[in-house]
Design a protein around this ligand. Structure first.
Ligand code: DGY
Length: 319
């Protein structure tokens, strides 16, 4: 039987590439460059399936020009804001994502950013590394204690729930805002806020775990940042455009926001140079899911979805 043809846009894990090459006729460029609109349109006439990452944009304009040969876009990501789902559906192209398997890795990074932002990790590292550590004082690098503090979580999908479990290990008081209230088992004593403003007022630390949609873009604007208690720490491992970056810089400069831990930016790659002058902003280059275990799991989930599709079944993570 002829193998379906598959374009893998980026360098996925070795195990994923090996399994893909066993079961599909794979096109993959080790140069590992993001696919452009032109690449996507051109490849759609050559392949039955694409495994893209969030670095390839399937806008309505691109989707409108896709060749009918392309049958499925099996994303190697849980977030699908790089895909115009309505346009893909209208074109009859199946779309899948990789929920669940990256929740723990992303929540680990959120925890790291929260702790690092709260305890001046960037400044401390710089001081020791540069040889500038020439004094000690009880007033030196005094941070904000995480243990026992109130943590607000926006979005209680897989990542938000995993983060809440980890935060319970720090005896944090969990508050959350979500489209719907969790059942008692999942809630496990957390306080539900149907109203976002009420959550913000109760968040010494705030972590964002919701998808980027037209409803959530700019969610944390100047007005909402102002509703956080003075000195609050904000963490974002979801999508950059959930936060208005100019408003965050203003809130950091005024001291209203004490620190921030960011893995996502409006402009990626690159980030926002205006953040770089503030040592109380800890930054990572969108690597929440970047662990060996999780990269394998994401790749295998994307392939599981493709396998089901080409067996004539509904892929488990079809959107
Ligand atoms: C995701 O899966 O959405 C992560 O941001 C990596 O792409």
């Amino acid at each position: 039987m002829t193998k379906p043809t598959l374009w893998i846009t980026r360098t996925l894990s070795d195990a994923t590439l090996q399994r893909a090459q066993r079961d599909y006729s794979v096109i993959w460029d080790p140069a590992d460059r993001p696919g452009t609109a032109e690449d996507i349109i051109e490849m759609s006439a050559k392949v039955d399936a694409i495994i893209p990452c969030h670095s390839e944009y399937f806008s309505a304009h691109v989707v409108g020009q896709l060749d009918p040969r392309l049958k499925i876009v099996a994303n190697h990501s849980v977030g699908v804001d790089h895909c115009d789902l309505d346009a893909l559906r209208a074109k009859g192209i199946a779309v899948t994502n990789t929920p669940g398997v990256l929740s723990d890795a992303t929540a680990e990074l959120a925890m790291m950013l929260m702790l690092a932002a709260a305890r001046h990790a960037v400044e401390g590292d710089r001081i020791v590394r540069s040889g500038a550590w020439d004094f000690w004082s009880p007033a030196f690098l005094v941070g904000k204690q995480v243990t026992g503090a109130r943590l607000g979580i926006i979005g209680m999908g897989g990542v938000g729930r995993s983060f809440a479990r980890k935060a319970r290990g720090f005896d944090m008081q969990i508050h959350y805002h979500n489209r719907s209230r969790l059942d008692a088992d999942e809630e496990a004593g957390a306080t539900y806020h149907a109203d976002l403003d009420s959550l913000l007022a109760a968040s010494d630390f705030l972590s964002l775990h919701c998808p980027a949609t037209p409803q959530t873009v700019n969610l944390m604007n100047a007005e909402r940042l102002a509703r956080l208690p003075k000195g609050a720490v904000i963490v974002n491992t979801a999508r950059g455009n959930l936060i208005n970056e100019s408003a965050l810089i203003a809130a950091i400069e005024s001291g209203h926001i004490g620190a921030a831990g960011l893995d996502c930016f409006v402009a990626e790659p690159g980030g926002n140079p205006a953040f770089a002058v503030h040592e109380n902003i800890v930054m990572m280059p969108h690597v929440g899911s970047a662990t060996v275990k999780t990269r394998d799991a994401m790749g295998f989930k994307a392939l599981d979805n493709l396998d089901a599709f080409f067996r004539g079944e509904t892929p488990p993570d079809r959107l």
